[in-house]
Design a binder for this molecule. Structure first.
Ligand code: ZN
Ligand code: ZN
Length: 113
């Protein structure tokens, strides 16, 4: 008996798909990058070079840690610094824009008179 239920293919696709760690989109395992956000789906083990899904924290082959904590700390620190810089720039832009609006609102008046 080789009867295949019609509802089976979807479940098989979900099981085969690789989950994107960035946007949680299920991607085709044949893809190197997520087709929605472009994030990398796989990470190469720095110890043995085995290609692992980014959803796992240790190498499937040698159990070496894939996500280095020191690197993550540097990246997190960099991101925090960038956010602070971005916030400062945003505040500066708002101040300049407000000043410009006030200046522009003030300047045309004498011209109309
Ligand atoms: Zn994604
Ligand atoms: Zn490895």
């Amino acid at each position: 008996m080789q009867d295949e239920p019609p509802a089976a293919p979807r479940q098989t696709d979900t099981a085969r798909a690789t989950l994107c760690v960035k946007c949680e989109h299920l991607c085709d395992p044949a893809l190197e990058r997520c087709d929605r956000c472009g994030g990398h789906l796989y990470i190469l083990c720095s110890h043995c070079g085995h290609k692992n899904a980014r959803t796992i924290s240790r190498c499937e082959q040698c159990k070496h840690r894939l996500h280095k904590s020191a690197k993550d700390r540097v990246r997190a620190g960099g991101a925090g610094k960038f956010n602070l810089l971005y916030f400062g720039a945003a505040v500066l832009v708002i101040l300049v824009a407000t000043g410009l609006i006030l200046w522009l609102a003030d300047v045309p008046r004498p011209r109309l008179w």
